[in-house]
Write a protein that binds this ligand. Structure first.
Ligand code: HXC
Length: 513
């Protein structure tokens, strides 16, 4: 038997060497880890069990008969993150540039099937030249098989993608279908057509970095939810974000029993400026409310007028959606609406309660927004909040104007607990706009129009745009002191832990895409 054991060992070693030492060195020279190194960083130590290590392609055209590396350019298997099972695949750029052929695709599909049957999250680490040219349409079919499985898995188990090298052509659509897509700066890019094709078709000169680099996607396109400086930081982020999500849609996120309250919480009552038009940073509110150091931002560089992210309060995982007065006055625009809608649906799919912190002057006016379809995009956020059945808690810190009041998880769209701080201004519109409409004639006739407008504005804010009118109607459950907020949210999360609410039976809703 000794020969047979040595033969097994020889094959295993060959598989582990992927495309060979020189290609591994090239990968390292570029600041990238290999597929196996990435899996080692991602998973708990020693937990990885590989599947399909000895799979090889069965093609012979274009010289493929002479090159049949084990694994076919992707390492697949399972292991644990913080003790919880996950499936993982990592494309191996050292083998055919990580390109995807039949065998490669079948290995990924096998994992996605296992994920569906066992209710376990899947992590995909992309580093690939795309469809394997030599395998032609068969590799395109392989991609389509993956897209279908990603779609069927959507909302069943969390799917997270990290782009850690090239990702071009239709290959981008698998990460795009998954729940969260992360990217590594400088070493990765995503585009449907590369700079050469762009130049041929449009005569535009653009670099790969500008066209589809991490900074562009994190800030402008919103295709990726976060960008990280290197592979290790990116993989650590995946470990962290997994901790906020359950294994599948039937389970609740874990409650952490050990957590620390935020430091400096007493600063909360001095955060809102006296001047209602002065900005403040909603990140400070979040920091002073959540368990210490637990905020995990999602899309933090995109549509910064809305903050989305996971956090913990009293050990409970939550999804935070918060207007950001420090950016565009916290207004809702097209990008913020789409960003928020997607995040709300992610939380709702995986039973993560939503905590909404509201300070919103309304939707952004202007031709750009109207022509760009703010109506249908804004409707996405409205639809997402309406549809969500997870516990929904809202705190109005300052402005809640117009349609944005309704949209931001109001009581009317099944908000469970809606609180307002005494600084809240809840009204059809801001005082300036309202006064100019209601008192047009008086202002026109006045000698000192500015002083009169100021008087009317103050009167409007005191009489109409305060939280007590809404509280009288029962639209606000309680007007609370800012220092009571953390306690109200944590006890609310406990009280709503067993909430059962379902939407009417249907094939699926028709969210305004
Ligand atoms: C087969 C490929 C390959 C591919 C790279 N390789 N891409 N083999 N099919 N698609 C091989 C190379 O021949 C080389 O083999 C090794 O991988 C490394 O590639 P290099 O070119 O040496 O590396 P680099 O200089 O870093 O350039 C990487 C690259 C480039 C930018 C990804 O290889 C490239 O442009 N590849 C083609 C990308 C592409 O157009 N793919 C199709 C996209 S369309 P050796 O043996 O020399 O190491 C698509 C459709 C999907 O994917 C549709 C889904 C619906």
């Amino acid at each position: 038997m000794t020969d047979r054991y040595s033969d097994l060992e020889r094959r295993r070693q060959a598989a582990e060497l992927g495309g060979g030492q020189s290609r591994i060195d090239r990968q390292h020279d570029r600041g990238k880890l290999t597929a196996r190194e990435r899996i080692t960083v991602l998973l708990d130590e020693g937990s990885f069990i590989e599947l399909g290590q000895l799979v090889r392609h069965q093609f012979s055209d274009f010289g493929l008969a002479d090159s049949r590396p084990y694994g076919d350019g992707v390492v697949t298997g399972y292991g644990t993150v913080h003790g919880r099972l996950i499936y993982v695949y990592a494309q191996d750029f050292t083998v055919f540039g990580g390109s995807l052929g039949r065998a490669h695709a079948s290995k990924i599909v096998q994992l996605l099937d296992l994920a569906l049957q066992n209710g376990v999250p899947v992590i995909g680490l992309s580093d690939s030249g795309g469809a394997r040219i030599q395998e032609g349409v068969v590799s395109l079919g392989g991609y389509a098989d993956i897209f279908l499985k990603n779609t069927l898995l959507s909302g069943v188990v969390p799917q997270i993608s990290a782009i850690m090298g090239p990702c071009a052509g239709g290959a981008v659509y698998s990460p795009a279908i998954t729940d969260l897509t992360f990217m590594v700066e400088s070493t990765s890019y995503m585009f449907v057509t590369g700079p050469d094709v762009v130049h041929t078709v449009t005569q535009e000169e653009v670099t790969a970095e500008d066209l589809g680099g991490a900074a562009m996607h994190a800030e402008r396109s919103g295709v990726v939810h976060a960008a990280y400086p290197n592979d290790v930081v990116c993989l650590e982020a995946i470990r962290t974000v997994l901790s906020y999500l359950p294994q599948n849609c039937e389970e609740q996120p874990d409650i952490h029993t050990s957590y620390q309250p935020p430091g400096g919480a007493t600063d909360l009552d001095t955060l809102i400026p006296e001047n209602p038009n002065k900005p403040y940073d909603m990140h400070d509110v979040i920091r002073l409310l959540v368990d210490r150091g637990t905020f995990f931002p999602v899309h933090d560089r995109f549509a910064r007028n809305l903050i989305c992210g996971f956090a913990r309060m009293g050990g409970h995982a939550i999804g935070i959606v918060a207007n950001q007065p420090a950016h565009l006055a916290g207004v809702l625009d097209i990008d913020a609406s789409v960003k928020g809608a997607r995040f709300v649906r992610l939380c709702d799919a995986f039973n993560v309660p939503l905590v909404t912190l509201e300070d919103v002057p309304g939707f952004l006016p202007g031709t750009d927004q109207e022509w760009g379809g703010i109506i249908r995009h804004g409707a996405k956020l409205l639809y997402a909040f309406c549809e969500a059945t997870v516990p929904k808690l809202t705190v109005i810190t300052r402005k809640a104007y117009g349609g944005a009041y309704d949209v931001m998880s109001s009581k009317h769209i099944r908000g469970d607990l809606n609180y307002a701080w005494p600084s809240a201004e809840i009204a059809v519109m801001g005082s300036k706009g309202a006064v100019r409409i209601l008192h047009r004639a008086a202002l026109k006739a006045a000698e000192d129009a500015a002083a009169l407008e100021e008087k009317f504005s103050r009167d409007y804010r005191e009489r109409f745009a305060n939280p007590y009118v809404a509280a009288e109607h029962g639209y606000i459950d309680e007007v609370i002191h800012p220092l009571e907020t953390r306690d109200r949210i944590i006890t609310g999360l406990q009280m709503l832990r067993n909430k059962v609410l379902s939407n009417p039976r249907k094939k699926h809703g028709n969210i305004p895409l």
